[in-house]
Design a protein around this ligand. Sequence first.
Ligand SMILES: [Zn+2]
Length: 377
Amino acid sequence: MSIADVVEVSRRYGSDEDWVLAGGGNTSYKDDETLYVKASGFPLATIGPEGFARMDRRALQKIWSVTYPADTAVREEAALADLMNARCQGETKRPSVETLMHELFPYPLVVHTHPAFVNGLTCAADGERAARRLFGTRLLWVPAIEPGYVLASHMHKAAQDHAERHGVFPKLAMLENHGLVIAGSGRSEVDALHREVKRVVGKALKREPDLSPLETDEAARDRWRAAIEMSFDHDVAVEFHSDPELLRRLASAADFAPLNGVFSPDHIVYAGSRPVYVTGTPASPVSALTSLLAAYRKDHGSDPRIIAVGGLGVCAVAESASAASTALSLFLDEVKIAAYAESFGGARHLEPRLVRFIESWEVERYRRKISQGGNDS
Ligand SMILES: [Zn+2]
């Protein structure tokens, strides 16, 4: 195992849409003293050795025994400062917010992804029971919890308990409303586990949604695009999409229910806190949008990224064409997750309490990202 191995693994999973979308996912390699973890601003698909932040493992391990203040904002700031201070001398890159989760696995190679077929389990009402049935005691199931320090700290304890109970530290973890972590001694072990997860979960899925693009009424599409552009006080890029699965979901509020929420932190970051859903065919799209957008902004303190129009399709809206396209791909990932979750008791969204945490946490992260020109986790 060397840094070259983690680079190869990162590029391979990072460029495969079954495992990683947009800037999602992160990887690491560790030896006795140093953790090399993906740094912010380096997408996995193209990462090289220079994209990994060097962390002092002894300094990271000290974080486990720190008692942080109860106040969320103060705690997050302090935990972030400790994380930054755990960088090796001379390291200036910003380590992934999920760095501590990498440190806790006593294995050299760790790959963390957010694949839709796994999230079909982690975002389902009966997902935990199904996952335990499929993977038995090899699986560490982690309940939904604030990401970053709190998640890692909880997982650290849970994984240690698991190791005591079952005699081996877990190599496979599923994070409720979040994703997958696979750890191992090297590439072959980690690859084999990924293949197994894909095969086993794949077999348990009852159906594959049809997301092949459909041409719908062009005049109606143009009307909605114009209405959306008028409803924002700044320039926006709009990308339109429709497909058979979506049209079925858009038929009524009841059909739309599995999409009327958000599944994971990454979906919030790229596709917004929930889609805005327009039912029926309003006489004036602009006035229909005005009240829906006002309600969204009041609830979430930001603009929506996805506007779903009954009978037509979805419009992804963002400051740039590339951001709109990313929002759309993350929303379609949620469409897939909702379909897969049907195999495990139906969709279960991220709790509102956690949505609010990520919205406010993300503001801080976003500011830092903008100032650094980075674009990911
Ligand atoms: Zn993650």
